[in-house]
Write a new protein. Sequence first.
Length: 316
Amino acid sequence: MKIIILDGYTENPGDLSWDGFSALGDLTVYDRTPPEAVAERIGDAQIVLTNKTPVTRETLERCPGVRYIGVLATGYNIVDIDAARERGIAVSNIPAYGTAAVAQFVFALMLELCHHVGEHSRVVAAGEWERCPDFCFWNYPLIELAGKTLGLVGCGRIGRAVAGIGRAFGMEVIGYDKFPAECPDLTCVSLEEVYRRSDFISLHCPLLADNRGMINDESIGKMKDGVYLINTSRGPLIDETALRRALDSGKVAGAGLDVVETEPIRGDNPLLGAKNCLITPHIAWAAKSSRQRLMDIAVENLSAFLEGCPVNQVNA
């Protein structure tokens, strides 16, 4: 049984072990695979694991031996699901592994926007506190979360975890979800009400055809003046040019973004250099414990498939 991992470096840059997969077959791990090399590297392998390397219909036509594709992530749009289904290829994903890590990261971004800890540390090191005639100083307004309204767009596992942390900070939490009946522990309201009432808005929804660019000039116009926006979900949910205008005008007081429309980010991204905009390189999920959990579930997925009882299959 040949097992090929097309792009293992992001999941495991060297601090985890691939032994769980090695125990299941003849394993080959590539750190990265360019698109033109995908079919050649898969060859006659039966098992393919991928994180962000596309597995297309053309690739599957050239690699008729493939029987299973494991996506080392939750989102599986990088696999041609229809082509896999037509060929009887099972495709599995990792539905829940980074909930705690991502929820924690939401507040890392939020608290940095509220306190600018990194910037204040930098200016202390530069001697500004030493030169200050007072016992303290601050370069930005300092914001207390208690009493603020946190609006969630998407109330799945991560959204609900964020809600719990928000309540611990003393925030009022409201949320919008397409399936509010599945969120009995949350105050679910309309999307319009989330926009209108929230001091902080955090996005936790999958990217779909009907929500691409949902944060745009029109929706931003419905928000409070001075709202803060957090996105650890998918970059294309935001019209980045519209957000840049809102940040520059002060309509949006700050944004904390772990994702952007094109990744890795390009030098011409309109949010680079925007006022009070934090951008991190898609790392909310990447705590070691979170990646280990992903690895363990991916091995369990493959083991279950080999035993004839597939789990977490997205094209059943």
